[in-house]
Design a binder for this molecule. Sequence first.
Ligand SMILES: C[S@@+](CC[C@H](N)C(=O)[O-])C[C@H]1O[C@@H](n2cnc3c(N)ncnc32)[C@H](O)[C@@H]1O
Length: 196
Amino acid sequence: MSLFIPPDYFRELDTREIFPNPARALEVELGCGDGTFLVGMAQEYPERDFLGVERMLGRVSKTSRKINRAGLTNAHVMRLESGYTTGWLLPTGGVSRLHLLCPDPWPKKRHAARRLVNQEEFLSGLARILKPGGEFLLKTDDQVYFEDALASLGARPQFERLDWPENAFFYPTTDFEQHWLESGRQIHRARWRRVS
Ligand SMILES: C[S@@+](CC[C@H](N)C(=O)[O-])C[C@H]1O[C@@H](n2cnc3c(N)ncnc32)[C@H](O)[C@@H]1O
């Protein structure tokens, strides 16, 4: 079943409620859109589990269909809000990597507080859910969003910035990233490790 519905929205999930084997690495993609990245990763890494989080129903349905068509048992998609999911729902120390790829930039100054990387719920949740040594990976075409992320994560001693050289590891281009690249925009990217 590709669609994941939490058994309870008001308590932290147990890893086993998402995928049966808690010994496997769990990777989460926030705002997974149509699921291109999620499905590409799940096909490339059958030994890991992948959970996509997306709030738009049409995109959740598309992702779910892609997972089913590919016959993947290591990928699920959940319809929920990213901040709440990170802050309250995902299991403590249960996530190996969290991906935030081309998030909604909220470019207007008066909307800065809506950027996920500026929200306390998200930042403290990120520190809580990542395993020691776990990683947060961000890509954005938006310079201001990128600077906000560098400032927010840089201010927290729980995170240490890592290099992310081109082609360091398999990492599919997302739909929005492809679109931005074709229209000549630069993609900024950064990677942090949860310090133990
Ligand atoms: C710009 S799109 C990027 C989609 C995909 N990551 C990509 O790069 O192709 C942002 C996605 O995040 C979703 N999204 C934005 N804010 C969200 C939130 N707070 N919770 C869950 N999904 C969210 C949107 O519905 C949209 O699908």
